[in-house]
Design a protein around this ligand. Structure first.
Ligand code: ZN
Ligand code: ZN
Length: 137
């Protein structure tokens, strides 16, 4: 199965050839800043499964709490957040689920894990059934 994603203006498209993925929310302050929202929702897939099929994303390197680089990929035209590659997870890519096409943003209605719940806004409740991690890992 291939899931596909794209930015708001349609300048960048990508696909990931996967049968399943880890559905993860991240509440860290970098994710809040980068998305402009309360958290990011992520479909975590093997890095080798991801192909950019149209356009070329821009990148920004942020240094995480680990001291390692978190590379952020986004559309150079409309600024949509597309995916991240974390140096601490060299084999995986975190697709930002809001950019996924065909209602895949819903991630099948299921969240496996929430990271950085210590930074989660107090108006949000934990997702029932999702593993709760105070930080990352
Ligand atoms: Zn765009
Ligand atoms: Zn985060």
């Amino acid at each position: 199965m291939a899931i596909t994603g794209s930015c708001m203006c349609g300048g960048v498209h990508y696909s990931a050839d996967v049968d399943k993925y880890l559905a993860a929310l991240c509440h860290c302050t970098d994710c809040q800043k980068w998305s402009g929202g309360a958290f990011t929702s992520n479909a975590v897939v093997p890095r080798t499964s991801v192909k950019v099929t149209k356009g070329t994303p821009s990148t920004y390197d942020a240094v995480g709490n680990s001291g390692k680089v978190n590379k952020h990929f986004f559309c150079p035209t409309c600024g949509s957040s597309l995916y991240t590659e974390l140096e601490v997870m060299p084999d995986m890519t975190c697709l930002k689920a809001g950019a996924l096409d065909n209602k895949e943003a819903n991630m099948n209605g299921k969240v496996d894990i929430e990271f950085y719940v210590k930074d989660r806004p107090t108006y949000l409740a934990p997702v029932e059934g999702a593993k709760q991690e105070p930080m990352f890992g």
